[in-house]
Design a protein around this ligand. Structure first.
Ligand SMILES: [Zn+2]
Length: 282
């Protein structure tokens, strides 16, 4: 099974991005793995701390290990937006091989210090590490950042950050936001190109829900190798459950009301894989 590092390097060499789907339960794990397998796409299944609290780390780990053995596509379990150093290290010790340490809310120096600590630990286990420089607005898990406290990634600092930490991939802030957008989205794509000029590791786009396909594909051309999708998977799922139970208020069988929800989510997952140009790559 190839690592997230190698998955992203392949994407970088071949001009596509690996989709990283944030999942919340067994249904969403089934949807993204089935769709990615059908479309022959590499897949990163991502978990925020609150999803792990919700479903249980050991259960999630076992489910993903099983999928690695049964889906014949490159597939990794990835810890998204983890800030607790001890939790990240424990997960790596347990067997997780792909993590994001998010110390982006600290000072530049502190971000480097925390990230470097995780990288040197992860290297002993062959685990891949993503970190973030700059701060996205919006809501990620329980953390809310308003526009005035967000900041874009500085290209020169990105180079220094990558050199000093030894990370495998870098999440950049170029105007995307977590959650949904209000109004037209303007991304600083020239900044992305400038970061790419300074930094040769795979770049990661967070907050891709709600971005148009041409915009995301432009970002992929400019160096994005991993695209995170969370909010846009949740919406069709919730809407389908709502519609189903509205039409069948007596229904109590989760298999009845969750099956159309899974189908609605699968349509979006397929769109996102096609957007990432990651289909027919394995
Ligand atoms: Zn994110």
């Amino acid at each position: 099974m190839i690592s997230t590092h190698e998955m992203l390097r392949r994407a970088q060499r071949n001009g596509y991005a690996v989709p990283a789907f944030n999942v919340h339960n067994l249904e969403s794990i089934n949807v993204v793995s089935e769709v990615a397998t059908r479309l022959r796409s590499p897949l990163i299944i991502a978990f925020t701390p609150s999803t792990i609290t919700y479903s249980g780390f050991e259960s999630l780990f076992a489910i993903i290990e099983n999928l690695k053995n049964t889906c014949d596509i490159p597939l990794t379990m990835h810890l998204d937006h983890h800030e607790d150093i001890q939790i990240v290290k424990d997960a790596i010790r347990y067997g997780v091989r792909s993590v994001m340490i998010d110390a982006s809310h600290y000072s530049f120096e502190k971000n480097i210090e925390i990230t470097r600590d995780i990288v040197s630990f992860a290297q002993k286990y062959g685990a891949s590490v993503e970190a973030e420089l700059g701060v996205l607005s919006g809501q990620e898990d329980d953390l809310v950042v308003d526009q005035e406290h967000s900041s874009y990634t500085d290209p020169k600092r990105a180079k220094e950050f990558v050199d000093k930490t030894g990370i495998d991939s870098l999440a950049v802030a170029i105007g995307t936001a977590h959650g949904l957008y209000h109004g037209e989205v303007v991304l600083d794509v020239d900044r992305l190109s400038a970061i790419r000029m300074e930094v040769d590791i795979p770049l990661v786009l967070h907050g891709a829900s709600g971005l148009g396909i041409p915009l995301v594909q432009d970002c992929i051309q400019r160096g994005i190798c991993k695209v995170n999708i969370a909010t846009e998977l949740k919406i069709p799922f919730a809407k389908s459950v709502l519609d189903y139970l509205h039409a069948h208020p007596e229904e109590s069988d989760p298999r009845k009301y969750l099956t159309p929800a899974k189908q609605a989510m699968a349509i979006v997952a397929e769109e996102k894989i096609r957007m990432c140009l990651s289909y027919n790559r394995v």
